[in-house]
Design a protein around this ligand. Structure first.
Ligand code: FMN
Length: 211
């Protein structure tokens, strides 16, 4: 992988939310798609991959989504080269067979193993209620979102995750079906135009227990 920054400790431990970007820097859509593709190497529940991405990289699109965005998030939306909305797909199980059929066709698993996987996991999702599907999709998106944040740095950019939106309207504002998709987070990406705040973390001893 031809990363600009391939040092994991620098990518991870020197990451901080950047909310003001250099507006003269654009990111080619090809590179955005590469980053999304790389982010989707993330694990997901049963490999359902319940994520969907909406890229906002034009002034028109930014204006269009603003009505569902909290005002304090306007700076990163306005100045980012691209803001990628990661939304959960609660119907990902409808195409679940395809992903496993590919694995079978590539000869990586036997027909018996394929049947076992589909018979174990598909009924779980086919009979699940919306809150289960929403939670599952949200977790998948969160892991992909974290990957995207690190990948942005690996590609030489900075980023900010944000979820300060109107959860009731954002999905339809993005032109998606609110019965199917659920909001999770946006990731604004670009070249930094600020020195980010070095935030603190709680003491791990207070956070950790052993059972
Ligand atoms: C789920 C989630 C939602 C967030 N929402 C917002 C937001 O709406 N606006 C914002 O400016 N930052 C948002 N953030 C960024 C956090 O404020 C930031 O990650 C935190 O303060 C730690 O700072 P750091 O990212 O610089 O380490 C969000 C982060 C996460 C993970």
């Amino acid at each position: 992988m031809d990363f600009k920054n391939n040092d994991l400790s620098k990518v991870m431990f020197e990451r901080h939310s950047v909310r003001r970007f250099d507006t003269s820097v654009k990111i080619p859509r090809e590179e955005l798609e590469t980053m999304i593709k790389e982010a989707t190497t993330a694990p997901s529940a049963c490999n359902l991959q319940s994520w969907h991405f909406v890229v906002i990289d034009t002034p028109e699109a930014k204006e269009r989504v603003k009505k569902s965005v909290m005002k304090f998030n306007y700076p990163q939306l306005d100045s980012s080269a691209a803001t990628i909305f990661i939304v959960g797909d609660t119907q990902s199980h409808l195409v679940y067979r395809d992903v496993w059929n590919k694995v079978r066709e590539a000869g990586k698993i036997t027909q018996e193993r394929l049947d076992q996987i589909l018979n174990t996991f598909l009924p779980l999702y086919e009979h699940a209620d919306q809150s289960f599907l929403t939670l599952d999709a949200t977790m998948d998106c969160a892991v992909a979102g974290m990957q995207l944040l690190l990948l942005a740095r690996a590609h030489g950019y900075e980023a900010n995750p944000w979820s300060g939106v109107d959860f009731k309207t954002i999905i339809s504002t993005l032109g998606l079906d609110p019965k199917r998709y659920v909001p999770v987070m946006a990731v604004s990406i670009g070249k930094s135009a600020e020195q980010p705040l070095k935030t603190e973390r709680y003491d791990v001893k207070q956070l950790t227990e052993y059972l």
